[in-house]
Design a protein around this ligand. Structure first.
Ligand code: ADP
Ligand code: MG
Length: 694
């Protein structure tokens, strides 16, 4: 007897044949097969009379084969199978290519359904390569035609027809699929049973039922994520953090010593952070603010208070270049404060005020371990490293919105008495509500939603090829005026087939042909850290006036003297990314410019690029990007492990996300250990085992 646990090769002959292919897709048992979902459906459910069929439409008919024969096409040497089908209302021709064996499968007199595209040819209407399905005395339910037909993701050597056939032979076993959600929860959220949902997702009776099935299965996926997030939050609430007292007078002194006034949004965010840190519960806060909104100084407020409370702070940047830049900014910011700052990257080790510190690796590790350094700045490797921050009270992660639950957990093993340090992560990537609720659901959010006064809006333009020369002239004028220029290219090496401008090529071209008089730097991800820093430093020192770079320059780099950014093959970048890149200029009082070069004039490309021209709102662009490209591309969700788990749900399913969050919170409220919900507990365990968290 076939059960949910049976291996699929035991189902029938076809199943045996496709079993090795299915294994490649991760499907070995019947249960796994039933959980292998279609990614779309063809609606062939409307059966028409032949006499009603219109040309250039798709249709399904129910008729009898009058004639079927193979022919050789006169112009190509290919084989065509032609059939005449009649249904009492009229007759119609059907043709198939390269399937001569069809004449053995279909015989005159056979009753069948045909579904497919109908075209108008010289000799009348005809079905081109239709799906067919015979009706016999023993089989009157259809699988491939005359219904809403599932289309599955396939692998080489596996056909839709085979998979559908095997699926249809075990679909009744969905009735045995155990329901893991409590009845009350299903009722409250108006959800179908799992058995019903699984049956309908494969072979929907109609579109309404298909949608109900999708709702239920999306809920399942999102509910598990919400449950996990809610549990992580509950756990964090239980763990003990370090209390960081608010040093009011020192903080005021620090703020008034700044060369500028904090914006209102900076003050509010700063206050939210300081309030969090005063509590015993570890902070887990995301500080979100557009490029140039001044997140660093807000982080500075938290650093000051942590250090005054005798705690160490780890500050992590995504690249060595940025770590170096933060080291300089913060050293300057705290120049009148007794704060010892260290920089620790793969290529550089230094401290701000100890002349006796040489570049010896061990020395800085000792200083950190001895607690002599109050603030250690490095790359994200810092916490994974052998660096032991005994007194760690605060961790700041810059330009990362993906600081996952697992990384958060790692922080716990450090710190005094296993106390959990506060965590502040910062990002310029605006996060739409739906994402904030799912992927980042365990984080509290602070938003800096205003830029410092006096910033001029960067002028953005899409530049077609014929206007390139005049832009080069414009750039030359700016350089002669002492201003600097970024040129961004999507890839390092030439790749003709995509026509993508490569940074190296572009560098050669600008250096030799366009601006032979101007010193130009080249930056890309394959340079050694040391070389990257040299290129960066040369640019900061105005030894070079143009920097050609790949998108490595994207995050955080602060060169206020740069006023023009030219982006090559702009269509290759996401909108949020273009906005980030644009944020490299417009960092001073001078007017800045962003030129988006593209050779494509596809309507879609223009629409996307015009969105960047029109909007200076990172939030709006991120939402638009989410529409255009989906969350995987935009937020790197691909790497975060959700890709595999979100088979049907999308991170834009806002209503279901909200429902699932409420449901998860309610379950946790009843029993945070989930002992009262053993089925949910085991399902969650399975889920955690399959998801590859960062
Ligand atoms: P981001 O949020 O992109 O990390 P930064 O912290 O690098 O922004 O700040 C960008 C620039 O704005 C820095 O040069 C910083 O000194 C300056 N800045 C920050 N806050 C203010 C403010 N309130 N007024 C004027 N300039 C500010
Ligand atoms: Mg920054």
């Amino acid at each position: 007897m076939i059960t949910l646990n049976s291996k699929i090769e035991t189902i029938n002959g076809i199943a045996k044949r496709i079993a090795p292919k299915m294994k490649k897709l991760g499907v070995e048992t019947v249960e796994e097969l039933l959980n292998y979902f279609p990614f779309r459906w063809e609606d062939w459910s409307q059966v028409k009379k032949i006499s009603e069929i219109m040309p250039n439409t798709t249709a399904t008919i129910n008729g009898v084969v009058e004639l079927i024969q193979n022919k050789r096409s006169p112009w190509k040497k290919s084989l065509i199978t032609e059939a005449i089908i009649a249904d009492g209302s009229d007759k119609i021709k059907a043709v198939w290519f390269h399937q001569p064996y069809l004449v053995k499968n279909l015989r005159p007199g056979d009753q069948l359904f045909l579904s497919g595209k109908v075209e108008l040819r010289e000799d009348g209407l005809q079905f081109v390569h239709p799906q067919y399905e015979r009706i016999t005395r023993y089989k009157n339910e259809t699988t491939h035609t005359a219904r809403i037909v599932p289309i599955y993701p396939l692998t080489k050597g596996l056909t839709e027809k085979q998979l559908r056939y095997v699926m249809s032979s075990v679909i009744s076993l969905t009735d045995n699929m155990p329901e893991w959600l409590p009845i009350d929860l299903l009722k409250k959220n108006n959800l179908n049973s799992l058995a019903e949902a699984l049956r309908q997702i494969h072979f929907p009776d109609n579109n309404g039922r298909l949608n109900r099935a999708l709702e239920r299965l999306k809920f399942d996926e999102l509910f598990l994520i919400q449950l996990r997030t809610a549990l992580a939050k509950a756990e964090l609430r239980k763990s003990r953090g370090v209390k960081i007292e608010f040093k009011e007078s020192e903080t005021k002194e620090f703020v008034s010593s700044l060369p500028f006034q904090l914006t209102n949004a900076q003050k509010i965010a700063g206050w939210e952070i300081l309030k969090d840190m005063q509590r015993q519960m570890p902070m887990n806060r995301l500080l979100e603010g557009d490029v140039g909104s001044g997140k660093t100084v807000v982080a500075g407020l938290s650093i000051l208070n942590a250090v005054l409370n005798k705690f160490q702070v780890a500050y992590m940047a995504p690249t060595g270049i940025l770590a170096r830049q933060h080291f300089e900014t913060l050293t300057n910011l705290f120049k009148n404060w007794p704060i010892n700052i260290g920089l620790l990257t793969s290529s550089e080790k230094m401290v701000n005020n100890g002349q006796d510190i040489n570049n010896k690796q061990q020395k800085i590790y000792d200083l950190i371990t001895n607690g002599k350094l109050d603030l250690v700045i490095g790359t994200h490797a810092l916490i994974q490293d052998k660096v032991e921050l005994k007194n760690l009270g605060l961790v700041i992660v810059d330009e990362q919105h993906r600081f996952g639950v697992e990384q958060r957990k790692k922080l716990k093993s450090q710190g005094r008495n296993k106390l959990v340090p506060h965590l502040l992560s910062m990002t310029a990537t605006p996060i739409p509500r739906s994402l904030a609720l799912t992927v980042y659901g365990d984080l509290d959010l602070s938003v800096i939603n205003e830029l410092p006064m006096g910033r001029k809006k960067t002028r953005t333009e899409v530049v077609p090829p014929e206007h390139r020369p005049e832009k080069y002239k414009f750039v030359l004028d700016k350089i002669n005026n002492g201003e600097q220029v970024f040129v961004i290219c999507p890839l390092i090496d030439p790749s003709d087939k995509l026509g993508v401008k490569a940074a190296k090529d572009e560098f050669e071209k600008l250096d030799k042909k366009i601006f032979p008089e101007i010193p130009i730097g080249l930056m890309h991800g394959k340079l050694k850290a040391r070389d990257k820093e040299r290129v960066m430093q040369d640019f900061l020192d105005k030894k070079t006036m143009i920097m050609v770079s790949t998108a490595v320059i994207e995050v955080g780099i602060d060169v206020p003297n740069a006023t023009v950014i030219m982006i090559e093959s702009a269509e290759r970048f996401g909108l949020a990314q273009l906005h980030q890149l644009r944020g490299r200029v417009g960092r001073s009082e001078k007017q800045s410019y962003c030129f988006l070069f593209t050779e494509s004039d596809a309507a879609e490309t223009m629409k996307r690029l015009q969105a960047v021209v029109k909007s200076n709102d990172g939030f709006a662009l991120a939402e638009a990007d989410l529409e255009f490209r989906g969350p995987g591309e935009v937020y790197g969700i691909k790497q975060s492990g959700y890709r595999d788990e979100l088979k049907v749900a999308k991170l834009t399913d806002y209503i279901i996300i909200k429902k699932s969050k409420t449901a998860a919170d309610e379950i946790i409220k009843i029993d945070a250990e989930l002992n009262k919900f053993p089925l949910i507990k085991s399902r969650l365990k399975k889920f955690e085992a399959t998801v590859h968290w960062e």
